[in-house]
Design a protein around this ligand. Structure first.
Ligand code: GLA
Length: 382
């Protein structure tokens, strides 16, 4: 950073506020959020760090990514989508704040990311929510936490172009240390559940691949699910999402929808049921059942929802050779990123070593791994 042409910007920066915005894991409940179903995410102990200062101009903003040594400057009166993807996360958030008639003025920001990008731990939500959180603070905008969540999600819809659900932003902002969140993505009611894994830990294995299908395939899945809702709603007008659909309703429209849409919707209904069972198992400290449900989730994502990839499938299958691993599955949007594994702490070293070797042999790619601790959401730090 010191050799950068932006050294002067960094050196003269007088930090008024420092914010840490975390990545997230999701124990179970994948691709259910935009179907108004259930998810079980939490923030983790890895963050994007933001420094903010007001720069005493009415409308000039400078945002520097120290991680990528990239600077963007823009005028608050001319906020519009950019052709650079990372800038759209920033501009999208600013635009959403403006749309809520909240007044901000010129600011400077330095961003350092400790979240591996494309690894499915939602560095994008951390970026959106950390920025919204910081601007809310320094300009006293009076936004509630849930507003920050919605600003992040809307920024993604409008400027980034992914029709994402609410899970990532909700987890990034709302999480509490030592808990997972059972979030009902319909009512947005949530319950904090102690992440009581006993001698077990959450281990992420990063495939270090990110197949570029991810964005378009994501929006296709959203549309496929919507097509099923539309078919069901013809005879059941009260149904506005797959959350409200039943297996009977789905069976009744089987001939009217494509076989692919039928598979997608079957997965969503099954996954919602799995989340409810998983929460019951977690509360009863029945981690064996919890792990089996994780494998069930992966199976559905691989075969019915078809958002996995061979690298993720390999790691999920490989984990089955280890008694110490109770469950594993792909996590997040899919097509790359991490598997999430529930593993006995004594088994981590051996499993990581073996998986790394086998993965390298199979794909000639270096696997990376890290344990993830359920942690607090976006917060001010010193
Ligand atoms: C991405 C999206 C989330 C969610 C997951 C899949 O992370 O941002 O809203 O849909 O994929 O569960």
């Amino acid at each position: 950073m010191t050799d950068s042409v932006h050294k002067e910007f960094v050196d003269s920066f007088k930090t008024e506020l420092k914010v840490a915005s975390p990545g997230r894991i999701n124990l179970i409940g994948e691709h259910t959020d935009y179907n108004k179903g259930f998810v079980l995410p939490t923030a983790i102990d890895k963050h994007i760090i933001f420094q903010f200062q007001k720069n005493n101009t009415p409308d000039t903003c400078n945002v520097y990514s120290a991680t990528f040594d990239k600077m963007m400057s823009f005028n608050l009166n001319e906020v519009a989508p950019s052709d650079k993807e990372w800038e759209n996360y920033i501009l999208g958030v600013v635009s959403q704040i403006q749309l809520r008639d909240k007044q901000i003025a010129g600011f400077d920001c330095i961003i350092e990311s400790y979240l591996p990008m494309g690894s499915g731990i939602s560095s994008s939500a951390a970026l959106e929510c950390g920025l919204a959180f910081g601007l809310n603070q320094i300009f006293n905008l009076g936004l509630e936490k849930i507003d920050l969540v919605k600003i992040g999600q809307k920024a993604e819809h409008t400027y980034v172009g992914t029709q994402c659900g609410i899970m990532d932003q909700f987890a990034s902002v709302m999480s509490e240390k030592g808990h997972v969140i059972l979030l009902d993505c319909d009512s947005i009611a949530h319950q904090m559940i102690p992440a009581d894994f006993g001698d077990y830990q959450v281990l992420l294995l990063n495939t270090n691949v990110s197949h570029n299908l991810a964005d378009s395939a994501y929006n296709t899945r959203v549309a496929e699910c919507a097509s099923v809702v539309k078919a069901i709603a013809k005879n059941n007008p009260e149904v506005t999402s797959l959350r409200e659909a039943t297996f009977e309703m789905l069976a009744a429209v089987k001939s009217e929808i494509t076989p692919i849409a039928f598979k997608r919707a079957t997965y969503v209904l099954e996954e919602n049921a799995r989340v409810e069972k998983a929460v019951k198992a977690l509360k009863e400290k029945d981690l064996t059942t919890f792990g089996e449900l994780m494998y069930g989730s992966h199976n559905g994502l691989q075969n019915d929802y078809e958002v996995s990839c061979e690298e993720l499938d390999f790691l999920a299958a490989f984990s089955k050779n280890y008694d110490q691993v109770l469950g594993a599955r792909m996590m997040g949007g899919g097509f790359g990123g991490c598997t999430i594994n529930l593993i006995h702490k004594d088994g981590v070293a051996e499993f990581v070593a073996d998986a790394t070797k086998a993965y390298k042999e199979k794909f000639n790619i270096d696997l990376t791994s890290f344990t993830a601790v359920p942690s607090q959401g976006t917060a001010i730090i010193n």
